[in-house]
Design a protein around this ligand. Structure first.
Ligand code: 5AD
Length: 359
């Protein structure tokens, strides 16, 4: 079957997905063109912003890829004060972002979960609940997810990281704290509680095959998630996976594969929200724009106070650590205009896929 025939199909098989992920030259261009057309037809040229608040790098987990894993003793640990979080949220509101995303290292103790409930309620008070709230706070019990949902959060990101269980355990310790089944159960709980649920994976991991990546895309489709965040894996020197840094695809290859993953998923799930991950920008200064052109429609500009950002290096050379929010803003507007896109200001920017399902 030709690439054109595959691109015009309604549902893609795993083999067809693998063909798209392996596309090069003219075939790759056809894939990107089709993905962009599909996005524009369903979601217009709008980009939604979430002001990212990196609440804390204190983490109970030790994921083998992550720079802020608990076993990395080089990191100085912090959490923002309530006032700092609210200031970030007010700034997001002032800048017209419409939404914030609260992200943190993973903790599930009561002091933490209650703090988050409090912060969600406080953010909701800003201008009578005008800000949308996405949480990205890892694995929790269904009760905790429900408590946060009832407090006013309505979107939740929990990447599966790798949908192949064997690969999952090559990038996580094999212990009760890093349980693949629990991760799956949490995604199901989030869907059940009613969150617009997002998931995602890293691309270019050691041991990862094209077959794994195709399965990841089929996993998102099967779970019918509302949002997806996928970005290139970037080895961090203070993590166990650093030892494989010479055995993974080159930075350019990881970037290219990320774009093909985004484009292919856009064909499979035309109306979901897909983020142009900051990690794409780390590998390529134009990375986020390329991701938008490949089918992404969300960006998450960092609003964390600059002093804390260098302690939240989940991977090295993270982009924008030194940028100020106002600079970030004009840069985003300009770079999106240059590729025929624009920010939809003062809107929550919910997933169209989710909104339609609710009706
Ligand atoms: N490279 C790229 N992405 C990473 N993440 C964590 N560590 C890395 C890394 N070294 C991603 C994970 C996590 C998200 C917050 O950041 O997918 O879910």
């Amino acid at each position: 079957m030709s690439i054109l025939e595959i691109l015009n199909k309604q549902a893609l098989s795993k083999e067809e997905i693998k063909r798209l992920l392996a596309a090069e030259g003219d075939d790759k261009k056809l894939l990107f063109d089709k993905a962009l057309q599909t996005k524009l037809a369903h979601l217009d040229n709008h980009v939604h912003l979430r002001g990212l608040i990196e609440y804390s790098n204190i983490c109970t987990k030790s994921c083998l890829y992550c720079g802020v894993r608990s076993k990395n003793l080089k990191v100085s640990r912090y959490h923002l004060s309530d006032e700092e979080v609210i200031e970030c949220a007010k700034l997001a509101h002032k800048l017209g972002y419409g939404s914030v995303a609260l992200q943190s290292g993973e903790r599930s103790d009561k002091a933490f979960t209650e703090k988050i409930t409090h912060l969600v309620k406080e953010i909701k008070k800003i201008d009578n609940g005008s800000l949308g709230i996405t949480l990205s706070l890892g694995e929790q019990s269904e009760e905790v997810y429900r408590e946060w949902f009832e407090a006013g959060a309505h979107r939740y990101l929990l990447r599966i990281e790798a949908s192949n269980e064997e690969l999952y355990y090559k990038i996580h310790p094999r212990d009760e704290k890093h349980d693949f089944k629990k991760r799956l159960d949490c995604i199901d709980s989030l869907l059940k509680v009613g969150f617009q649920t997002g998931s995602g994976v890293m691309i270019g991991l050691p041991f990862q095959t094209l077959d794994d990546l195709a399965s990841d895309l089929l996993f998102f489709k099967q779970k019918d998630v509302a949002m997806v965040g996928m970005g290139p894996f970037i080895p961090h020197p203070d993590t166990p996976l650093w030892q494989y840094k010479d055995q993974i695809p080159s930075a350019a290859e990881r970037m290219d594969l990320t774009l093909k993953m985004i484009a292919t998923l856009r064909l499979m799930m035309p109306e979901i929200n897909m983020v142009a991950a900051t990690a794409t920008q780390t590998l390529d200064p134009q990375g986020r724009e390329k991701a938008i052109l490949a089918g992404a429609n969300v960006m998450m500009p960092n609003l964390t106070p600059n002093a804390f950002r260098e302690n939240y290096l989940i991977y090295p050379d993270k982009a924008n650590v030194k940028d100020k929010p106002s600079q970030t803003q004009s840069k985003i507007d300009e770079s999106l205009a240059a590729i025929g896109h624009k920010v939809l200001y003062n809107a929550w920017g919910d997933s169209m896929a989710f909104t339609k399902k609710q009706k």
